[in-house]
Every structure is written in C-alpha cells, then in structure tokens.
Design a protein around this ligand. Structure first.
Ligand code: PT1
Length: 280
C-alpha cells in the first residue's frame, strides 16, 4: 500500500499543488492573499488533479526576507483548517514551514505532512514532528533564502546534497521519526547555480536509490530563465518538462503551480508505460 496516495487511482508520481499565502509570493503575486481566494485556488488545484496541497506562508524564493511567527501563523493556520474541513477538498495538506510553532499549530489544524526547506534544523522542529508521528519532507539548502544565490559552491553537488540529506535522515530517525515517514528533496534553486540544478535533476536517481521517497520542486524556477531565457510567465513548458523528467527518474512527488498541465504530462507517460487508457 502507498501511504502517501490520496485514496483514489494512484499515479506513479503524486502531484503536490502549491497554495501560497504570501504577499510577495514569487509567482502568484498578491491575488491569493485573501483567505477565500486561497481556498478557491486550493479547490481548483484539487479539481485539476492534485494529490496533495502544500500550504506556505513564507516566501523562500531567492532574496526573500523571513516572516515573523505571528504573521506566518495568521496566514496559514486558518487556511489549513478551512481546507481540511472542506468536503470539496479530499486530499491531504502539507505545510511549508521551518518554524516548530507553525508546525505544531498546523498539525493541530489538520496538516498531514511537514515540508521544511530547512530540513528540521530549527531547534525543537525534529521533536514536534517525532511526537506528531506524521511524514516530513527534508530539503537541502545551502545558506538562507535572502543570500543563498550570491555564490553557491560545491565540490560535487550530488555527493554533497545526498550526504547532507543522509545526515538529516539519521538525526530524524534517531529522534524517533519513522523511516517510512521521511521524504527527501534536493532543494532545486536553494543555493545552487543552474548547472548545479541540472546535475541534481540528471542524477536524481542517486537520491531515489536511497529508498526514501523523493520530492522534486522545479516549478517556475529561475532555472528556466537560465535554460530558455524565459521570464516567470513563460516557464510553463519548462516546468512541465522538468516535472516529467523528475517523475521518470523516480520522484515520488512533484511540487507544482500548474497542476492540470503536469497531470496531463504524467497521464500521457502513464498511458505509454501501461499501454492502456485510464478512465477520466
Ligand atoms: C522545493 C520548494 C519548497 N521550493 C520543497 N519545498 C519552494 N520541499 C518552496 C528560483 O530559482 O523545491 N521543495 N518550498 C520555492 N522556492 C524557490 C526557490 C522558488 C528558487 C524559486 C526559485 O526562481
């Protein structure tokens, strides 16, 4: 059985739809600031085929500034509660946060997974997750969002990222987080040059071979500016292509803005692999 599946026909790779509640969100602007808009957006992503929703109240794109605790709580907790109570949204919710207090409140509000770009390095974060007994996504990041793109450097990026994730997995398991509750993520765009991101995607199999489910977040990132010269509003094809490549290399989750287009690509791939047409 697949404990990350949403309870309906299971795709090989789960699609996690992004629900940002940040005034400076890097691609959705301030449109989803309002609670009702965010809820409507969440419903739409589910109707488009999302298996999970990832709710975040702090932008972590390059250059973004930290958000105070009370502001982050105010942005995400009522929304998580509303999503979890909405009968039209029958998919699990993850919360994109690094703060243990937000993790605790989100779990209480119904969150089913903690997605932490800081890999639970904030004091107290590992303990909150271990006590809750829910899945966690551990992501690699070099530096901090505000400055991480100033001069990213590695010996061998694939080796260093996988060593970091192995170390964090060890800390989490030692603290009592179950092995089957751990997801790992190379952190595309987090303290990485375009070449580092390409190497991590090409060699995603190194992470997949650890046996831990891998999450890949490439959606609308500046990698596509580097590869295609594409501004934010022209990164759809690049994003869908990269998500499909990640899925083909064994990613268990892709975290995306464009749920419908990503699901279409995955379904075409699935049809090819199974030589069968699935019902709509
Ligand atoms: C991610 C991720 C995330 N990405 C997980 N959570 C973001 N687990 C937020 C750019 O280069 O990949 N995995 N939460 C968004 N962060 C970025 C980073 C957005 C870089 C844009 C860029 O443009």
């Amino acid at each position: 059985m697949d404990r990350f599946a949403a309870g309906r026909a299971m795709p090989a790779c789960r699609v996690m739809g992004i629900v940002n509640v940040t005034p400076d969100s890097f691609s959705d602007g301030s449109r989803f600031l309002q609670h009702e808009d965010a809820l409507a957006h969440a419903r739409r992503l589910v109707a488009e085929g999302a298996d999970w929703l990832d709710v975040g109240g702090e932008s972590t794109r390059p250059g973004a500034a930290p958000v105070p605790l009370d502001e982050e709580l105010r942005r995400v907790i009522p929304l998580i509660r509303a999503i979890c109570e909405d009968p039209a949204i029958a998919v699990p919710v993850s919360v994109d946060t690094s703060k243990p207090e937000v993790m605790r409140a989100a779990i209480e509000a119904g969150a089913a997974m903690i997605n932490d770009i800081n890999a639970l390095r904030e004091p107290g974060a590992v303990e909150v997750c271990a006590e809750a007994g829910i899945p966690v996504c551990l992501m690699h990041m070099q530096g901090q969002p505000r400055t991480m793109q100033q001069s990213p450097g590695y010996g061998d990026v694939v080796t260093e990222v996988s060593a970091f994730l192995r170390e964090r997995v060890g800390v989490c398991e030692a603290a009592g987080i179950a092995r089957h509750d751990i997801v790992i993520d190379p952190g595309f765009g987090f303290g990485k040059t375009p070449e580092h991101n390409l190497a991590l995607l090409k060699h995603l199999g190194v992470l997949v071979d650890t046996g831990y489910p891998v999450l890949a977040g490439l959606s609308r990132k500046s990698l596509f500016q580097a590869v295609l010269g594409a501004p934010l509003e022209e990164r759809l094809t690049g994003s869908v292509t990269a998500a499909l490549v990640a899925a083909q290399k064994g990613a268990a989750f892709v975290r995306v803005h464009d749920v419908k287009e990503t699901c279409d690509a995955l379904r075409v791939w699935q049809a090819i692999e199974s030589e069968a047409i699935a019902a709509f």
